[in-house]
Write a protein that binds this ligand. Structure first.
Ligand code: PGA
Length: 249
């Protein structure tokens, strides 16, 4: 049985004081939890978050890294740097990084390799736009993102990868993929990873759904066979709603 993994992507929200408040709210509510929980605050809150989460089971992740270790890359942050403040995870390939910051599949692949080389776990995001879904190319798009993103990733490294299927049209829009729509793509992803690697790897692969996951729709989504967790944006910014999603498992 795959353990469900619920991650909160805070995006560009929460200054340091707000972060401290949210983390303490989440920590206080972490009773009777059956899933793995990961928080991904902005860079400026990571070190404090790491201190506050010591001794808990809650994981800590950043929302991006650069693919080089060091260098003249003003404004960028490396895998080593986020590790040094206590991160175990990093979100890569988020659709906002792809669309707003022009990240290509090739760049995302380099970042994934760098993160893995630093023993970080990766939440690798993929997903189609509304236009692509309506033109019936969802599986082509998602398949290509997976093949290019995972190019050169060795089988033994796959245990450190979580795939997050996030239809772009469902992110921050209040529109969620139906459980059936999500399940169909999740199964496709699992089968594709099975072909690219093997069945053991695809059986163990955690595939999260993301895109307007809320307390009201979480349990139905999370009860689908191939939905192993959620990557939550808006609803993770309040302890109460994030905890309700965590407890929907
Ligand atoms: P949302 O964001 O839950 O606000 O739709 C999800 C995400 O972008 O990871």
């Amino acid at each position: 049985m795959r353990k469900k993994v619920i991650a909160g992507n805070w995006k560009m929200h929460m200054d340091l004081n707000e972060s401290i408040g949210l983390i303490s709210g989440i920590k206080n509510g972490m009773t009777n939890v059956n899933s793995k929980v990961i928080l991904c605050p902005p860079y400026t809150s990571l070190e404090t978050a790491s201190t506050l989460l010591k001794g808990t089971e809650i994981g800590l992740g950043a929302q991006n890294i650069h693919f080089e270790d060091t260098g003249a890359f003003t404004g960028e942050v490396s895998a080593k740097m986020i590790k040094s403040v206590g991160c175990q995870y990093v979100i890569l390939g988020h659709s906002e990084r792809r669309a707003i910051f022009n990240e290509s599949d090739e760049m995302i692949n380099k970042k994934i390799k760098k993160a893995l080389s630093e023993d970080l776990n990766v939440i690798f995001c993929i997903g189609e736009t509304l236009e692509q879904r309506e033109s019936n190319v969802t599986k082509d798009v998602v398949g290509k993102q997976i093949k290019l993103g995972l190019e050169g990733i060795a089988p033994e490294q796959m245990k450190n990868i979580i795939i997050a299927y996030e239809p772009v049209w469902a992110i921050g829009t209040g529109k969620t993929a139906s459980p059936e729509q999500a399940q169909e793509v999740h199964l496709f992803i699992r089968e594709l990873v099975g072909q690219l690697y093997n069945n053991e790897i695809s059986d163990e692969l955690i595939i999260q759904y993301g895109g307007s996951v809320k307390p009201a729709n979480a349990s139905e989504l999370l009860s689908q066979n191939d939905i192993d967790g959620a990557l939550v944006g808006g609803a993770c910014l309040e302890a109460e709603s994030f905890l309700a999603i965590i407890k929907a498992v």
